[in-house]
Ligand binder design. Structure first.
Ligand SMILES: NC(=O)c1ccc[n+]([C@@H]2O[C@H](COP(=O)([O-])OP(=O)(O)OC[C@H]3O[C@@H](n4cnc5c(N)ncnc54)[C@H](OP(=O)(O)O)[C@@H]3O)[C@@H](O)[C@H]2O)c1
Length: 255
């Protein structure tokens, strides 16, 4: 039985913990440590709130899930005993993690919030994948969604598309729903229609042998109303808007 320990209990830690609990990991096998939220989370989900050193001592796998700028501060006074450590800290590379934690048993990952419903996508730094930490790869794949192994140099683009991407998909859903409202639909109904359409379309694409572009053309018959809409997206340079936002995301410096 693996004992999981989370240092930091914010949005990402909570999303991962929810995903683990959905997959029948016992809350009593999950420990959490943070100055304010850990005790509340313990009351809410039955996970175990512990001081940070005790959490490390009692966990098989320690997840670093605090803000990147807290790394040195939080790791300064603890001993990781060469425990298996999984970092989800965006923008912190393996060399920095090794230096801060003093352990070489470290796996750099980048999950996204969809791990909460076991539909996440997590990147693993290829540089940190060894036979000893294959089990981490399996945890993210089997319990939390899917995973991909990437070179660290590709983490910024992965972070923009998969880490920040859920926010951009929510933005698209919101815009689609708002267009429905502007044209007479009631708000809750418009949101339901937009959400299910995005979910169903993503599932169709996942199951299809066709590309996203081919599927666009399959929906848009020549001279039809969908073609008119797609032409308008192209006239407004929709692809450029998206690629511009992704570039801004990649180029943003982490705090
Ligand atoms: N959110 C995402 O979608 C996402 C995606 C990929 C990667 N990440 C990474 O996940 C990490 C956490 O992000 P987040 O969005 O979950 O941030 P967040 O919601 O702001 O949570 C930060 C957490 O750090 C805790 N913390 C602060 N000081 C601490 C200390 N001294 N010891 C232990 N914990 C401490 C806070 O505890 P209190 O609540 O008790 O104050 C809080 O639970 C970041 O490194 C980020 O790069 C996030």
């Amino acid at each position: 039985m693996v004992k999981y320990g989370f240092i930091g209990t914010g949005s990402m830690a909570q999303a991962m913990i929810q995903g683990l609990i959905h997959k029948n990991i016992l809350p009593s096998d999950i420990a959490v440590s943070s100055p304010r939220s850990a005790a509340k989370l313990s009351e809410k989900w039955g996970v175990v709130a512990l001081p940070v050193q005790q959490l490390i001592d009692e966990s098989d796998l320690v997840v670093l899930a605090f803000l990147p700028n807290q790394l040195d501060n939080i790791t300064a006074n603890v001993d990781f005993h060469n425990k298996l450590v999984v970092s989800v800290l965006a923008g912190i590379n393996v060399a920095q993690l090794v230096a801060a934690t003093g352990t070489t048993q470290i796996v750099r990952t980048l999950p996204n919030v969809n791990v909460a419903n076991n539909q996440g996508l997590t990147a693993f730094a290829k540089e940190t994948l060894t036979s000893t930490n294959d089990k981490i790869f399996n945890i993210f794949s089997d319990y939390l969604g899917d995973s991909v192994a990437l070179a660290e140099s590709q983490f910024p683009v992965f972070s923009a598309i998969a880490g920040s991407g859920p926010a951009y998909v929510f933005k698209f859903i919101d815009a689609l729903a708002q267009a429905g409202i502007d044209n007479g639909l009631e708000a809750a109904l418009a949101t339901k229609i937009a959400t299910q359409t995005v979910l169903g379309s993503a599932t169709t694409l996942l199951k299809s042998s066709q590309t996203a572009q081919e599927l666009q053309n399959a929906v848009a018959s020549p001279g039809g109303s969908t073609r008119a809409g797609l032409d308008d997206f192209n006239d407004q340079n929709f692809d450029h808007v998206v690629s511009h936002a992704i570039k801004a995301t990649i180029e943003h410096k982490h705090l």
